[in-house]
Structure formats: C-alpha cells, structure tokens
Design a protein around this ligand. Structure first.
Ligand code: NDP
Length: 407
C-alpha cells in the first residue's frame, strides 16, 4: 500500500523581499524540489521592493501579494494582472486575513511586522517567527492568543532555534517531567564588528563599519542591532517569552565563530548545545520542517578545518544594551514596546547619519527611563507606547545638535 501524500501546506511569507524572506523562499524551493515537503506559497508581503516582489510572485505562481508602500502598488498590479494586490501600511495584515493559509513565515523587520504576525497568531497558523520585535513589544499578549487560537510559534532566530532544538532533544528522552529542568540558557553572540574595538572608536564608527558583520549576512536594521548588541537585548526578551524563563535564567556569552548557536544547561549540570554553520537557511528549514529533519540546503560544516571554539564574557562596560533586556523583563507592561520603538528610531537616525553610533543605545536607554511603563492590557497599549517612544526620540533628535556620523 502506498502512503497518502501529505496535504500541501499553504505558506504566507511576510517580509518576503528581505534577507530572511528570500532565504525562506530558497528553502521552500529546495524542500519542494527534493520532495522533502510540499509547501505552496500562497501570499507574499513586502515593504517597498516591488521588483523583487513581482519576481517572487511569478516564481511561486502566487495569487495574493501585499506591498506597504502604496506608491509601488500600481507597478505591481500592472506586472501581476492575475494577482490580488493589497497596498498600504495594513496590507500585510489584510493579506493574512484574506488568504487561506496553514503557515506563516513572519519576517518583516521591526514593529511594522507586529500587526500581521499577531493576525497570523490569532488565526491559529503555524508561525516560523523571525520578527523578534513581536515578542519584545507584545510578548505578554501573545501567550493567551496562542492558547485561544491553537497557533504554534517555531523560532527562526538562530539562538532561539538552538534552544528550541536542545529542549526538543531533551524532551524526546523525557518521561515524567513536564517542564524541562533548566538551570539556565546561554544565548551566544558573535560580538559583532566591534567586539575588539575600544569604546571611543566604536562610539564614532561609520555606518559602513557598523554594517560589516563578521559572520552573518543580514538586513541593515539587525546588522546595526548586532553592532550595538541591542540584538542580544531583544533576543533575551524574546527568549523570556518563548521559553517562559525569568531573566536570571537567561545568560549571554560572546562566541566569535558563530558555530555554537546557543545552549541549555540543565539542573544536573549537563549541557546541550546546537552547532552548525552560520547560515540562516538551517534554522529556517528546521522551522519549516519541524518536527522532522530532512536534507539541508545550506553547506555542511567542515569540522576538520575548525581549529577551535572560543568564548568570552560580554563586556558590559562597552556594550550597555544587553543589560536593558533585564530592565524590560523586570518592568513588564509596555517597557518592551518602548525600548524596541526607541531603538528603531535611533537606528534609522544613525543609518541616515543624523547621530553617532554611540548615541543609539543611549537614546534607547533614556527613552526606557523617561517614558512611564503602562500595563499591557491590549494591542492599543503597545501601539500607544510605540508611538510615544518614537515621538520622544524624534523630539530628542530635533533638540540636540549632534555630531553627524562619518560616512
Ligand atoms: P531585511 O531588512 O532584510 O528585510 C525586511 C523585510 O521587511 C523586507 O521584506 C521589507 O520589505 C519588509 N518590510 C519592511 N517594512 C515593512 C512594512 N511596513 N510592511 C511590510 N513589509 C515591510 O530584514 P531581515 O530579513 O534581516 O530581518 C527580518 C526580521 O528577522 C527582523 O525582525 C530581524 O530581527 C529578524 N532576524 C533576522 C536575521 C537575519 O539573519 N537577517 C536573523 C534572525 C532574526 P522591502 O525590502 O520590500 O522594503
């Protein structure tokens, strides 16, 4: 008797034109071509890159697309006459609501991805989550939503994928313990381009220097977050919500090779780690095929060429950002939304060469200290905190005459 073919999964890719989005489509193509999975791409959402969106829609024969920049929508409509095109700031959420799907890759960058990711959670989809900002800003709202809708989140961020995989490995041998006996988890950090740079040089780094990540190829926002180590701040908060762990059980360690993606120390002092090449296609594929593992499309590690794995503590005197994570977890409520939005505005200002590199984290820190934390009783509270933080930072930018970053 032949086995029935698995029912095709219907995937929406939010942020399809970005670094994670394009990698996701490459992984989907690999899985379909190798018959390791059957995944139909049924919706694509982009910000403003009409050209890539059109190419992707043609490649996967997608009938529904969204583009946030309404000015680009006419070009998309003309190029894709058989497609429904949603346009404007709410277009990704409209796409999620209108298109019947089973899965959603949430890979829009920043708070712009919040509404559509929450929309997909509300609809009970299986979410491969890259948009860490959703959990940072609205983690408290997400858990009850998951329970109500039956949605599942599979983390894509390499560190969280590593922890998820370690916990799955533990659970597969577990019989009696409902909660894994975790002593602590350790998220590894490459240290970014300024790992060994003195503070003064780092504070005055140029945009080009800050974008030059030593091990990962990523979009501009997450690259700058890696350089300030704000990326780790967001990841600690993300881990808090994903794995239901208090801040004191989430540690950081610098690991420049980016091979050990993170690890879990159990109460018996044994440690499970997940290792692999620094290639986002690996965690993306794991999220799309979980709980199965199939032939990978990323290059395998050549372990024989690896001469060592090194670890060092985070230098919190040069990198002030990671400590903010613990303040956010402690404060709860809207603190995460404030930090995230303040950081987004500060990163944008740095990329526009309006502030020096060293000012990014200072502005996020000041916003977190100055803006009162409110209870997180609904999405409106997140939106309001986000608005306030953006306005607060913009006002500081307008007030202060700052040294522009060198280009
Ligand atoms: P990119 O900047 O490369 O891509 C961002 C994507 O979001 C693009 O498709 C962009 O569209 C889209 N977008 C931006 N604004 C909007 C909007 N208002 N509405 C709809 N779509 C929008 O980012 P990355 O792929 O690097 O990162 C995406 C997310 O994944 C981030 O949250 C990041 O923290 C996380 N992440 C990324 C990793 C990486 O290796 N890159 C690793 C782990 C997590 P367009 O280009 O058309 O404007």
């Amino acid at each position: 008797m032949t086995a029935k073919p698995a029912k095709a999964r219907r995937l929406i890719v939010l942020g399809s034109t970005g670094s994670i989005g394009t990698n996701t489509l490459n992984v989907v193509d690999h899985l379909n071509r190798t018959a390791a999975a059957s995944i139909q791409v049924v919706g694509l959402a982009a910000g403003r890159n009409a050209k890539t969106l059109i190419e992707q829609a043609r490649w996967f024969k997608v009938k529904h697309v969204a583009i946030a920049d309404a000015a680009q929508s006419q070009a998309v409509r003309e190029a894709l006459p058989d497609c429904t095109v949603f346009a404007g700031p709410d277009s990704a959420l409209k796409l999620v609501k209108e298109v019947e799907a089973t899965d959603c890759a949430a890979a829009i960058v920043g708070a712009a991805g919040l509404a559509s990711t929450l929309g997909a959670i509300r609809l009970g989809l299986t979410i491969s989550l890259s948009n860490k900002e959703t959990l940072v800003a609205a983690g408290e709202l997400v858990r009850p939503m998951l329970q109500a809708s039956g949605a599942t989140i599979i983390p894509v961020d390499s560190e969280h994928s590593a922890i998820f995989q370690c916990l799955n490995a533990h659970r597969s041998g577990e019989t009696s313990q409902t909660r894994p006996p975790i002593k602590r988890i350790v998220l590894t950090a490459s240290g970014g381009p300024f790992r060994a740079t003195d503070k003064q040089t780092m504070d005055n780094a140029t945009v080009d220097q800050a974008l030059r990540h030593p091990t990962w190829s990523m979009g501009p926002k997450v690259s700058i977050d890696s350089a300030t180590m704000m990326n780790k701040t967001l990841e600690v908060v993300e881990a808090h919500w994903l794995f239901d762990l208090p801040g004191e059980k989430i540690d950081l360690l610098v690991h420049p090779e980016s091979v050990v993606h993170s690890f879990v120390e159990f109460t018996d002092n044994s440690t499970l780690a997940q290792l692999g090449p620094p290639d986002m296609r690996t965690p993306i594929q794991y999220a799309l095929t979980y709980p199965n593992r199939v032939g990978g499309c990323s290059d395998a590690m050549d372990w024989s060429t690896l001469r060592g794995l090194s670890f060092e503590p985070v230098d919190f005197t040069r990198f002030k950002a990671p400590k903010l994570a613990y303040r956010v977890i402690e404060a709860g409520g809207t603190a995460g939304a404030v930090l995230n939005a303040a950081n987004e505005v500060a990163v944008k200002a740095f990329l526009e060469r309006r502030i020096p590199f060293g000012r990014i984290v200072e502005l996020a820190d000041e916003a977190l200290s100055q803006i009162p934390v409110q209870p997180l009783d609904g999405l409106e509270a997140v939106t309001e905190a986000d608005r306030q933080a953006r306005e607060w930072v913009e006002n500081r930018l307008a007030e202060q005459s700052m040294t522009p970053a060198r280009s």
